[in-house]
Design a protein around this ligand. Structure first.
Ligand code: GLC
Length: 246
């Protein structure tokens, strides 16, 4: 595998959402793939990403971070990258599920979206105070976990220290890259953790307020939507701010 740069992008609402703009992104990245490695970082699982690569213009990546940072695999062989998640033994999943069953605001997502290190719920329009109380309740019961709320709808509970950002940092380090060589792109709350590791950030134009409100010299906010926004962001970092990428 080659490449001195790595783009780690979310899928739904970021690279996915407009087929024509995805095609333009694919046309841009194709001749640059010897220099730019590609990874997808998504709430979807690996098999679902393979289906997308087979059925849409989504370019084949080098790696897939699936299940909101809980699963890191090389593409196309699907081999798990050893050492992730950094979670030793049980993290209290059954007990956490029992506690969360007491909240009528939380509806468990279907089984196909659940995994050993991911508990997911539909929870539309939660107030900030509800999330604070939920974290407090889980901590009081001895469970230190990540509580990730996205798109005003999806609630993911993950083991402590496991999220899209920490998985992206793990992958970048496995590829032997420094943060300044890594670009991350996203549109919603579960992507926010990717912007906390010193990577060069791209927020697409259609992003939710939870990402639009990020302010940092390391974050470029595109006014273009979906894959066109990712492409605009890559051009910004590589052509307009080239000195900022190493
Ligand atoms: C994807 C996953 C879902 C998760 C959401 C937000 O839609 O399928 O389980 O809650 O991403 O992370």
């Amino acid at each position: 595998m080659q490449g001195t740069r790595l783009l780690i992008s979310d899928l739904d609402g970021t690279l996915l959402g407009d087929d024509e703009s995805l095609q333009r992104f694919a046309d841009w990245v194709h001749p640059r793939r010897t220099d730019v490695r590609l990874a997808y970082n998504t709430g979807r699982f690996y098999a679902s990403v393979c289906d997308l690569v087979a059925s849409t213009p989504l370019p084949p990546p080098d790696a897939v971070i699936g299940g909101v940072g809980t699963d890191v695999r090389l593409f196309p062989d699907g081999e798990r990258v050893d050492g992730w998640p950094r979670c030793l033994g049980p993290w209290g999943r059954p007990e956490i599920r029992s506690i969360l069953a007491q909240y009528r605001e939380l509806e468990p997502q279907p089984d196909e979206f659940q995994a050993e290190f991911k508990l997911s719920y539909y929870a539309p329009d939660l107030e900030c105070g509800f999330l604070v109380e939920l974290r407090r309740r889980l901590a009081a019961s001895g469970h230190v976990v990540e509580v990730v709320y996205s798109s005003n709808r999806d609630l993911d509970i993950l083991p402590a220290g496991v999220d899209k950002g920490s998985a992206a940092a793990f992958l970048a380090s496995r590829f032997g890259l420094q943060p300044g060589q890594v670009f991350v792109a996203g549109d919603t709350g579960n992507d926010a953790s990717m912007f906390r590791h010193g990577f060069r950030g791209i927020v697409v134009g259609n992003a939710h307020a939870e990402l639009r409100s990020l302010y940092s010299p390391d974050v470029y906010k595109s006014d273009r939507a979906y894959a066109e926004g990712v492409l605009d962001g890559m051009q910004y970092w590589l052509q307009r701010r080239p000195g900022a990428t190493y």
